[in-house]
Write a protein that binds this ligand. Sequence first.
Ligand code: GLA
Length: 384
Amino acid sequence: MKISDVKEVFRNIYNRDARIYIAPGRINLIGEHTDYNDGFVLPAAIDKHVIYGLNENGSNKYRFHAVDLDQTFEAQAGKLIQADLGWPNYLMGVIDQLNRAGHDIPGFDAVVTSDIPIGAGLSSSAALEAGLATGLNEIYNLNIPKLDLVKLSQRAENEFVGVNCGIMDQFASVFGKSGHVFRLDCRSLDFEYFPLKLNGNGIVLVDTRVKHSLGTSEYNTRRQECELGVSLVAEGNAQVKSLRDVTRDMLESVRERFDPVVYKRCDYVVGEIDRVQKACEDLVAGRIEDFGEKMYETHEGLSKDYEVSCEELDFLVDFTKKDPDILGSRMMGGGFGGCTINIIKETGIPSFRENVSEAFKNRFGHPPLFYDVKVDDGVRQFYE
Ligand code: GLA
């Protein structure tokens, strides 16, 4: 659906004009499950978006219409209750956070559509939150700084939706910059943009089109396992506040106190935090092959130690190992389905797509989907 269509739908339903906001999804080159451990990530916003048509309605009602689902939802200001439908919770979560920050949000109407595939690990939910937070901030002149919009969008998901996600996705949706990835220090929230130059290689996303239902509960469990690990290491090292403060030697020295599962979770995270730093050096120096190797290491850790991969993702990553045009491949995002991210020589992309499509279909009964994405700017109002 195009922006002009959103305007038209809004006009048809609400008989007024809308202001348009677009919020991107994201990719993440490396640094998975590190954000909520105060580590580093290397994401970028992409040219797939949630599009909102928004405007005040002069009442105390919030009226939402999701074009793609053809569903409508209504809520009353001051009386937000979790909805069974699912998607309205991302929107109400944002209003709830604005209320908690002391902002009254009078009634408004929203039409929303998205071309970010849901459940593919491209952060459609963060885009829903960041888009609404930004739109309401501007419509009601709240003057909330961008970083606070990121934080409240994350809290909306933590508290209203119930997914204890880290800050990466909302950050990328707000601070993305065309042509650039950025390294985010999830502790200090300092970040640095790097031009995404892949020296004749391209990024291809391959979507398994599966989303295993365990995703959310296992995600929250991983967070708890990391926290448990931190508390064990912190017993003898009071300065340890998160896995960011932990080295492999420190972990090793208290290994006998660890449950083996918790140990391997922490071992993965500690290794990954370090790997992102080195991978950034590779990227800046143009060592794309070394960068790709690190993506494979990340996948190995996510699959064997962190155990958030699945058969379909592992199959896709293994398949790439036979193809000399592929420099790196790994699952991306929270896991249990969704996409792999692959760095491939431009010239090898068509044959890779053909081969992997056939092999995947033979194995799982359906072909994967492919997304060609460009690295885009963060959330913004759209003007004609
Ligand atoms: C999801 C979460 C992020 C991050 C990734 C894993 O996308 O929303 O905060 O934890 O998983 O890296």
